[in-house]
Design a protein around this ligand. Structure first.
Ligand code: KIV
Ligand code: NA
Length: 279
């Protein structure tokens, strides 16, 4: 497969072809996403919750995600890799954000960064993109700001709030983002924003009218124990947790009953050598 670049993304967008993105957090999840042929791989800070068992994404620091991004980059040969800037790594100043972005490219080996926020992030996005680092925007529900949003809530449900999401999207577009993640906004609002923009929108919980879609891989593969809360927008395409649990249970049974390892998993020794050894 040909390497996906910003030009590929642009061409898909202009051809009206939906852009596909999924998260990856380590070497195996990067491999499978790349082999499946996804356009964009996001090393999202959802890593904190689904990959590291943290309470929320705010606990994750830059060094954590660099470590994971590097592993994903080793796996992904064709997909374009975008890495989240974790909370605390880009808000203080545009200079600070640029320093963090360079680390993401240089040490995380990603091709672009993603950061959350709208109008207030314009100088930061300008600074990063002017130095040749592509930036993916993220507006609507911005999980790093969950406390000021009153939790994980759908954004743009009133005319006023919808206008704010549109303003944010337009602002980060003008600042130089090559695309924008739209998270948890009503379908018609996301559709209208997509029409207003000249860059692709990648939706998550934003309906079917966006230029592309993104899902968290662990969630969409059902790689978690039963009973875990999942947002309404997650479609689970597999039941990896149950399948893995069953496989490990079978392994346990086979070890206990000495079915595993069989001859095909074991090494032999020449008979003469064995006789001599046994003497
Ligand atoms: O961290 C993440 O996985 C994300 C996506 C849900 C867009 O930001
Ligand atoms: Na994120």
């Amino acid at each position: 497969r040909k390497k996906v670049t910003m030009n590929t993304v642009r061409n898909l967008y202009e051809a009206g072809m939906p852009i596909t993105m999924v998260t990856a957090h380590d070497f195996p999840s990067g491999l499978v996403a790349d082999h499946a042929g996804v356009d964009l791989i996001l090393v999202g800070d959802s890593l904190a919750m689904v990959g590291l068992g943290m309470e929320d994404t705010n606990e994750l620091v830059l060094e954590d995600i660099l470590h994971h991004s590097r592993a994903v980059a080793r796996a992904a040969k064709s997909s374009f890799i975008i890495c989240d800037l974790p909370m605390g790594s880009y808000e203080i100043s545009p200079e600070h954000a640029l320093t963090s972005s360079i680390k993401v490219i240089q040490q995380g080996r990603a091709h672009a960064v993603k950061l959350e926020g709208g109008t207030e992030m314009v100088p930061t996005i300008k600074r990063i993109t002017s130095m040749g680092v592509p930036v993916l925007g993220h507006v609507g529900l911005t999980p790093q700001r969950q406390h000021s949003l009153g939790g994980f809530r759908v954004q743009g449900k009133t005319a006023e709030s919808a206008a704010r999401v549109l303003d944010d999207a337009l602002a980060v577009q003008e600042a130089g983002c090559f695309a924008i993640v739209l998270e948890a906004v009503p379908t018609p609002v996301a559709e209208l924003i997509t029409k207003e923009l000249k860059i692709p929108t990648i939706g998550i919980g934003a309906g079917n009218g966006c230029s592309g879609q993104v899902l968290v891989q662990i969630d969409m593969l059902g790689n978690f124990p039963p009973g875990r809360f999942l947002p309404k927008f997650v479609k689970t395409y597999e039941n990896i947790f149950e399948r893995s649990r069953t496989a490990i249970e079978t392994y346990i049974d086979e070890v206990r009953s000495r079915v595993y390892p069989g001859p095909e998993h074991s090494y032999s020794i020449n008979k003469n050598e064995l006789t001599e050894f046994e003497r």
